[in-house]
Design a protein around this ligand. Sequence first.
Ligand code: GLN
Length: 272
Amino acid sequence: MNVKQAYDYSVLFLKANSVDEPEFKAKNIVCSIAEITLNDFILHKDDFIATKKLADYLWRLKSGEPLQYILGKWDFYESEFYVGEGVLIPRPETEELVEHAVNKAMTIKNPTIIDLCSGSGCIGISIAKKISNSKVYCIEKSEKAFSYLIKNCNALDNVIPINDDISNNIVTDMADIIISNPPYIKSNEIKSLQKEVQFEPKIALDGGTDGLDFYRIINDKWFERLKKNGYLILEIGNEQGTVIKDILTNFNNTTVIQDIFKNDRIVIAKRD
Ligand code: GLN
């Protein structure tokens, strides 16, 4: 089977099994197996493709496994991150969080940044890559996720990975920016999320009974690690803006910002 035939077959198979985005997923798996970029698809349309691997990938997609886990890596911000079972898949909304942090960090000489609940490290590592004179702490509790974080920060000497719970405030440095995309789904709502999300680690999604546990920890334990005039930048659920403003009592000038889909998604606060 060649690349083009494999693509056509995959689209048919995915459609027949009601998998969403069949063309997008088919193209991604076929290009991954053929070891070509998406842009080179036409150029390599007559290349031979390994059908055993294709069948395996198609069955995994049919089962609901996220495309990103099958590919083993995913683009985020300006680079590619290793992902797989046990680590949250980086989301496009989160890139906006990084953009805000990068813009602020650029105005600070040798900024120190702390990324809480780092997961794959996509936030902290993206900032560290963009701002080479920064020092970025990445704190992640799950050992599985931490193993991806370590792989993703390969050869970057301005990232300090720490495998710990954010309830244990073990960083002694003071930060110019504290950033986090913590778990923020209510425990009892996780079951109702789409099939693909069920493959992702609960620990990365579950924010406790009201979804807000981690914002309380950040307010209580991390305020003292932020320098005066430093920024707190957090991702939030789209209905959490008002209540999180009330939780962040230690911080000042708390502002809620919407993402490109016009959902409340980011909170920025300051320490005066
Ligand atoms: N910081 C990581 C991300 O944004 C992981 C977040 C999490 O585990 N909740 O993808």
